[in-house]
Design a binder for this molecule. Sequence first.
Ligand code: ADP
Ligand code: MG
Length: 567
Amino acid sequence: SCKMSVEEEVDGNKILAEALVAQGLKYVFGIVGIPVIELSMALQQAGLHFVGMRNEQAACYAAQAIGYLTKRPGVCLVVSGPGLLHTLGGMANAQINCWPLLVIGGSCAQDHEGIGGFQECPQVDLARPYCKYSARPAGLTLIPTHVEKAVRMSVYGRPGVSYLDFPANLLAQQVASSKVVQTAICPEPPLTWPDPALVSEAAKLIRTARRPLVIVGKGAAYAGAEVAVRDLVRAFELPVLSTPMGKGVVDDDDVHCVSSARTTALQYADTILLLGARLNWILHFGRPPRFDPRVRIIQVDICAEELHNSVPAKVAVHADIGVFVRQLIEQLSSQAWCFRVMSPWWGQLNSKSDENKAVVMNMAQDTRVPLNYYTVFHCIQETIPKDCIIVSEGANTMDIGRTMLLNRLPKHRLDAGTFGTMGVGLGFAIAAALWCQDHAPDKRTICVEGDSAFGFSGMEIETMFRYKLPIIIIIVNNNGIYSGFDEETFKSIRKEGKVTKVQKFVVTAHRQYRHDTTVINDIGNKDTANTAVTNNTVSKDTVNTPFINDIASKAKKRSTAEKYIIA
Ligand code: ADP
Ligand code: MG
């Protein structure tokens, strides 16, 4: 009878969980322990999808991949001290990739701070260099305010990372629910419109170009500008080049894609339309000798601070790529202009492209042992579904995989990215597979890993198994991390004090993987090509097309996770 007069009390866990739901977040990846055990339960009660991972770093990779795919941050939930420290590599990766991410860390109770609390650590300060926003709510009634701000900071302007810190006492504290400061959902970020004068400027430069080139980066993929960009290159017959994760905004198979003549395209282009890519190491800084020093750059970026970086742009446009490209199309159409396929530039690009394709095809046909990467990737490319999400990391595995494994759709390639982080693959694949479950249940996630890259986060294979995620992992095993000396050479160096021969340094031993984890052994490795390989791993005798065809049947079928059993 007195029920009506007693106000409902809520604790920090519940307030936080409901605030995350109120901001439209869906996925939480993390590892549970003190002081976030009750929080993880509150999250699930509130309807969030919690995925328990094996290492915080991988959890952080998964959360940021969800952020990239959905444009709403994935949450990474970790414990205090070491838990938060393990995420820093992941946070840096997200921040440098410009991907939205929200990290939530439990921390030691405030009355234990300064006297050696369990896992006590200055978490807000430690997270700050890798974040756009790092804060601890001053009280539990303010939690929704901070959650809204953290989400807004992660997706507005240039996307990035937010960190929120929750001391144990704050999570456990209770308050009358009416006291909680409620916050509205943070709306989608506003679209930045270009200055019309700059659109005309850009159109003029493109019209007067003799050797135009469109460069598409992962910013264009993030922007969801694929329809506009495809319309642009097709309507005006413009050559287009993608960065690694820009692949698929324009289909790699499209006739306008000149990736097979990449060096020539970059070197001789006189006018470049740069759509959501930075002129950093991935694009050789936009400078000679890889670029023409007189090249006129039209740079389009959502981040004003990025404009003119490394090379001054002729036209610097602060705008959303989709909006800008639509307006550019309008401008160019009104002048009935088209860059003709018959131009000398197209001739140069096409003949270079044919030449390079022939060289690659030749290598891809070579089945001698040790097998070369091109042969392996050619077979994989021939057999995997054309619309699958490809996760790729490793040194040669990633670099050669980038040219050999094609993407038809945007955001369908996830790799080591701008920061060149190895170990991202399994976390990314987990996120991609979950995304597929929700958005495209028949789509497959294929993880193509170098053996060393796989090793960084290999234990996440157990996470895939536990959640029955249909992921295929292909490990291209050349048995090591970079090169070094074999035993004899090493001994002789010790004896004679000089290097005689440089060979592979065997860091990782051969292992036996079973079932869907397909290991292609002895790639490009002369030293270990004779190593006996047993069970379901593949020896030099079986590394051939019939074996790789097996990948196809697995890839096409929706495999179940029961098959992920590691020896
Ligand atoms: P890549 O690795 O493909 O070269 P980068 O990560 O270097 O790509 O560059 C992506 C760029 O795209 C960043 O500078 C980012 O600010 C920008 N960007 C992200 N989203 C948008 C958008 N919607 N419109 C315009 N630029 C964007
Ligand atoms: Mg290797």
